[in-house]
Ligand binder design. Sequence first.
Ligand SMILES: *Cc1c(COP(=O)(O)O)cnc(C)c1O
Length: 464
Amino acid sequence: MSTLQNKMFQEIEDKEIFKQTQQFSLDYLENIFNRNVFPTEEAIDDLSKFDEEFPINSSDAKNVIAQLHKYGNPATTATLGGRYFGFVCGSALPVGLAAKSLGTFWDQSPSMNVLSPIGNKLETVVEKWFIELFNLPKNSSAGFVSGTSIANLCGLVAARYRILKNNNWDVNLKGLMGAPKIRIVTGKQAHSTVLKAIGMLGLGQENIEWVPVDDQGRIIPELIPKLDENTILILQAGNVNSGAFDDFESIYEKAKDANAWIHIDGAFGLWAGAVEKLKHLTKGMEKATSWAVDGHKTLNTPYDSGIILCADKEAMIAALQMSGSYIIESKERDSMFYTPEMSRRSRVIELWAILKYLGKEGVDEMVLTMHERAKLFAKELNKIPGFYIDNDVVFNQVIVRCNTDDLTERVLKKIQELRDCWLGGSAWQNKKVMRVSICSWATTEDDIHLSIASFKKALELKLM
Ligand SMILES: *Cc1c(COP(=O)(O)O)cnc(C)c1O
């Protein structure tokens, strides 16, 4: 046996690195809820410790892990905690972290059933749960991807395949050169990952027929152009700034006779459809053809977890078809026909664990609490002269600004420097704004009050 092989068997036998890693992980979890939300300057400077030449020799595994812990841990952002309001991130449920670690040891790739029976079983089960939870057509399919960027891509891949197939054109064989034209209609506030997908698919962003939106970023249904069966209409559940939802019900009324493909980008917002008191926001969404949603945002699965749901299962599977003499197809699910990848990790493990743990009532309670915290944030901030809330807080997003663009930017920078909480900026209706996204299971009322105090302090410092 080679010495390297010996060394690795030894690492498994004495388990030291795993015990060490477990201890580091538990220490991390214990501190993350009280720690500075953004790393200190010192922690970021220390990242230069990683600027090494590629080593010649194999080293001690314990030292490798210890280096990650010593310099990596302090340079993380506390997205797991309750006061990270940047982008739309989401924390991770304890049961999800635990299931993910277990799944890490299994190291399964669910591409084919024969390669991972458990991976494919859990995907089949979770697919059924999603159909039920969101009240989707019974034969819909679910693909488990890295996030909504890829879920959007998959939805549009299936749409492209179906529309061209209906025109007697197999896009997988013939490509797009000389193909019948596909129309794309979407709102002016479509997420940039949708545009990225359109670009990647060769559909051309310049071909988009843009629909004007209202002051919350919602498509104005009356301004949607006449649709036809060669159109992909892309809607949104949860505007990335305001959290607003397109009016699916009225839009469907306009689209149904045209037989257009409706895709909904519901990265974080689709989850409103699983909450009794918020369901009105997604009314009519079940009439679409494909839906992209994240696990790692609102549902708080660990990264990376996105789901593409599709009512036209046949189009999805045909669009993502692949074969080879060595491939073994089963009568059950073979997950590589539902996603662009062949090999990938079995990310459904932690998704299943979280859904099993929460149940319908747990999902309802967790997501509704995020909404309530966002309302509280807006209410408390409204009491402080000098801050303005610029959106209707219908879900979990709050848009905040000060009197001038300049002041908004300087206050935001100060809030970031204080590190009690973290959020980013954006532009909204031609003004600079700060965006607060509340999407962690761990955000308490105290976290809101503490963050409001930090906003107040930052404004006072900047007005001095
Ligand atoms: C975050 C987001 C995306 C992209 O999702 P990823 O999981 O980051 O790939 C797409 N659309 C909307 C509305 C989003 O909020």
